[in-house]
Design a protein around this ligand. Structure first.
Ligand SMILES: Nc1nc2c(c(=O)[nH]1)N[C@H]1C(S)=C(S)[C@@H](COP(=O)(O)OP(=O)(O)OC[C@H]3O[C@@H](n4cnc5c(=O)[nH]c(N)nc54)[C@H](O)[C@@H]3O)O[C@H]1N2
Ligand SMILES: Nc1nc2c(c(=O)[nH]1)N[C@H]1C(S)=C(S)[C@@H](COP(=O)(O)OP(=O)(O)OC[C@H]3O[C@@H](n4cnc5c(=O)[nH]c(N)nc54)[C@H](O)[C@@H]3O)O[C@H]1N2
Ligand SMILES: [Mo]
Length: 687
């Protein structure tokens, strides 16, 4: 007998970066053998990742080698939305798409709209060759507002940009306020620093309508009504003023508009805010006291704000109110004091080099707001949208008021191309679906919004099937449209090098996978905010010039509780922990943990409606109706239900998801969606 011996190459390890829309931006190590990625794990050499990945990304190979991966270009053969496709060659797909786009562009290029968001956060597979392509074409511009622009604008108008504390110093804080964020679910690596602080004696307070896993593990949970954060922040100021827990020196030297803010805050007694927020006044007093105590004891107080609290009408104002707090007690003097919403403004990304706005050649095309894509697609206003190119996004699942989004994408006269890994809800409406590479198969470079390291992603394996990178697909479309500028030939590696120019050492990135930005430990200890005045602007002259209130204020929700007899419950739709927006919903082992689309409801609200855990319920309002399973739980406060996100419509109970109910109304600033500003009613449904 002869034995067969299989020779395997030695496994190698490739450094990468997690591409997902998450503040943690982990450094990855992929183990590869014989061209196959065996395992993805967290890089132990990267301080923030610390060798640990979340449940989702630790299963990255399951997603990459998923049997449903799209591996060839597909052309629609059935009706729109039916998901009937046949595979075609790249040549024929690109020729046809190129010809269709050229014909539309010859009439009016603004009838063509790109639609992309953060399926990958990579600078290269995001907006590089794609942006160049649409700029050269003269297509409509896309206002990328769907996630963070209300809070982002609030920050810009107060602190001057997406700047703040360094995340690692939360470990040294004495008081941590986690405000509108479920850190354990969506910012795990921050939570590890918060845990260190807790072990060293820090007090943790969570401000969130939902009793999240994070809220449970904090010392205090303030379960306010959605959209009432500004009232709470103003009442905290009221108490700081009343007890003179104020850093007068810091306020005098480094802030703008104190007298006016002081006057406004003094109208917000804890009782008034308690009424608005639906929480005990004593809880507000206690939090103010904790914050004031840090001032008196010269101890650092840190606020981890995240994007959950800005998805309501007054989200921008609420962010401004919260971002004003650290200056009142001079918290910025400490490296472990101040606040962090997003760190992304600190990166020296050379967007002009990547995206080449000069290719617009003096044209200024109209801008389409991605948050109101439903209305935009149905809008009769000229020029009517004739083509949409979707990449890195799943709008049919994630955009608000999906009834309209679906009707828009179902238009027979709309030409839709979707670049994807999977046959998503959006891909079902495409005329062409083009198979894209995943992070294990391409180059990219990353900034983060939760820490301050730059990361490089090197390909670990060859593209699966016929998958191509987003960049390559747009290079080829550029060629079809006759764009001859040399910038359309830049390789992905060249683009990676261009992203930070000489501001970040590419050799360091190649060698270690990450490079730490040189940022001061306590950047605002001496003021120096990147605002026009260099101060923390309580009063924003720029907002006032736009006709807005120059001071932060509480703006009630568009759909405030008590304003509708038909829809008495406020619904928020935060992420399910094992999904990332609509990504991973089709990964079997992760969906098995989430089981079914869920509505969390408080016992009193459930009893009043005869609803028990496990019942199928219908959640509805004037925009639509959505069926899911009820879970009666103390995670929900009375009057607020949680439609956990964001399921693929076709994997739900009735082919819809929670965005069937959300509205296209926008926030006070930043033109952002108001996902968590949504009134509904719930009733038992037939199973
Ligand atoms: N596992 C997982 N992680 C994720 C995501 C995901 O889908 N899944 N999404 C990623 C993305 S795209 C983003 S933008 C970030 C977002 O990061 P975060 O903003 O930290 O997101 P969430 O964890 O959803 O936290 C939002 C929290 O806000 C609460 N909330 C809702 N309305 C209000 C309100 O009016 N006031 C206050 N104070 N709280 C409110 C919700 O109950 C929820 O617990 O997370 C990223 N990380
Ligand atoms: N009701 C409700 N709705 C929400 C939210 C909520 O909290 N509640 N959250 C909102 C927020 S914060 C956000 S950020 C948006 C997120 O909205 P999106 O950015 O659209 O996020 P995903 O749903 O994760 O879809 C990303 C898609 O990109 C694809 N993709 C990933 N990498 C690549 C790539 O390299 N190439 C190509 N071509 N495709 C790729 C993935 O397969 C996935 O289908 O959703 C918003 N919608
Ligand atoms: Mo987001």
């Amino acid at each position: 007998m002869t034995a067969t011996i299989t020779l395997h190459a030695e496994p190698t390890q490739v450094l990468g970066a997690c591409p997902h829309d998450c503040p943690d931006t982990c450094s990855l190590v992929t183990t590869v053998q014989d061209g196959v990625a065996l395992k993805v794990h967290g890089n132990p050499a990267h301080k923030h990742t610390d060798g640990v990945l979340c449940a989702k990304v630790s299963r990255y190979t399951e997603r990459t080698y998923h049997p449903d991966r799209l591996l060839t270009p597909m052309k629609r053969v059935g009706p729109k939305g039916a998901g009937q496709f046949e595979s075609v060659s790249w040549e024929s797909a690109l020729d046809d798409i190129g010809a269709r786009l050229a014909a539309i562009a010859a009439r009016n290029p603004e009838a063509i709209v790109p639609y992309s968001y953060a399926g990958t956060m990579g600078q290269v597979q995001g907006e590089s060759i794609a942006a160049r392509f649409f700029h050269k074409l003269g297509a409509s511009l896309l206002d990328r507002t769907i996630c963070s622009s209300a809070g982002g604008e609030g920050l810009v108008q107060t602190l001057g940009g997406k700047v703040g504390m360094k995340v690692e110093f939360f470990a040294e804080a004495r008081l941590i306020i986690i405000w509108g964020s479920n850190s354990i679910g969506s910012n795990l690596h921050f939570w590890r620093y918060a845990q260190q602080a807790k072990r060293a004696g820090a007090r943790l307070v969570c401000i969130d309508p939902r009793r999240t896993e994070t809220a449970e593990k904090c010392h205090e949970h303030i379960a306010l009504r959605p959209g009432t954060d500004a009232a709470l922040a103003l009442a905290l100021m009221h108490q700081l003023i009343t007890f003179d827990w104020l850093d007068h020196d810091y306020i005098a030297r480094h802030t703008l508009g104190w007298d006016a803010l002081r006057e406004r805050a003094l109208t917000w007694t804890p009782e008034r805010a308690a009424e608005v927020c639906g929480v005990p006044a004593a809880q507000i007093r206690r939090l103010a006291q904790d914050y004031g105590e840090c001032f008196l004891q010269k101890q650092p107080a840190a606020i981890r704000l995240n994007y959950g609290m800005q998805r309501t009408h007054g989200g921008g104002n609420a962010t401004r109110a919260v971002a004003s707090l650290p200056a009142l007690i001079g918290a910025w003097r400490h490296r472990a004091g101040g606040m962090l919403l997003s760190s992304s403004g600190q990166y020296p990304v050379d967007r002009a080099a990547l995206q080449r706005p000069d290719l617009l050649a003096g044209r200024w095309p109209r801008t389409i707001n991605m948050s109101t894509i439903g209305d935009a697609l149905l809008d009769p206003v000229a020029p009517k949208i004739e083509a949409v190119i979707v990449y890195n996004s799943n709008p049919v699942a994630v955009a608000p008021e999906s009834g309209k989004v679906v009707r828009g994408f179902a238009r027979e006269d709309l030409f839709t191309v979707v670049l994807e890994h999977f046959q998503t809800d959006t891909a079902d409406y495409a005329d062409y679906v083009l198979p894209a590479t995943t992070q294990l198969e391409h180059w990219d470079v990353h900034s983060s919004y939760g820490h301050t390291d730059a990361l490089l992603n090197q390909p670990a394996i060859a593209p699966l099937g016929q998958a191509r990178t987003n960049t390559q697909i747009f290079r080829e479309l550029a060629a079809r449209l006759g764009f001859t500028e040399p910038c359309f030939q830049d390789s992905d590696e060249t683009l990676c090098r261009a992203a930070f120019g000489d501001k970040v050492s590419f050799d360091t990135l190649l060698q270690h996978g990450f490079a730490t930005l040189p940022i001061a430990d306590a950047p605002f200890a001496e003021g120096n905010f990147p605002t026009p005045s260099g101060k923390c602007e309580f009063f924003s002259a720029r907002l006032a010039a736009q006709g807005q209130d120059g001071l932060p204020d509480y703006l009630p929700n568009h759909e405030a509780v008590g304003t509708s007899a038909d829809y008495p419950l406020a619904m928020i739709s935060p992420p399910a922990r094992n999904f990332l927006n609509s990504t991973f919903v089709n990964v079997t082992s992760l969906r098995a943990i989430e089981v079914e689309p869920l509505l969390e409801i408080n016992e009193a609200d459930a009893l009043a409606r005869g609803i028990a855990t496990g019942a199928t319920v219908r959640v509805f309002n004037s925009r639509g109706s959505y069926r899911c399973k009820a879970k009666v739980t103390a995670r929900a406060r009375a009057g607020v239900v949680h439609g956990m996100g964001i399921w693929w419509r076709k994997l739900g109970l009735d082919g819809t998801n929670v965005n069937e109910l959300t509205s296209q109304r926008l926030t006070d600033m930043g033109r952002a969606p108001t996902f968590y500003d949504c009134l509904v009613e719930v009733e038992l449904a037939d199973a």
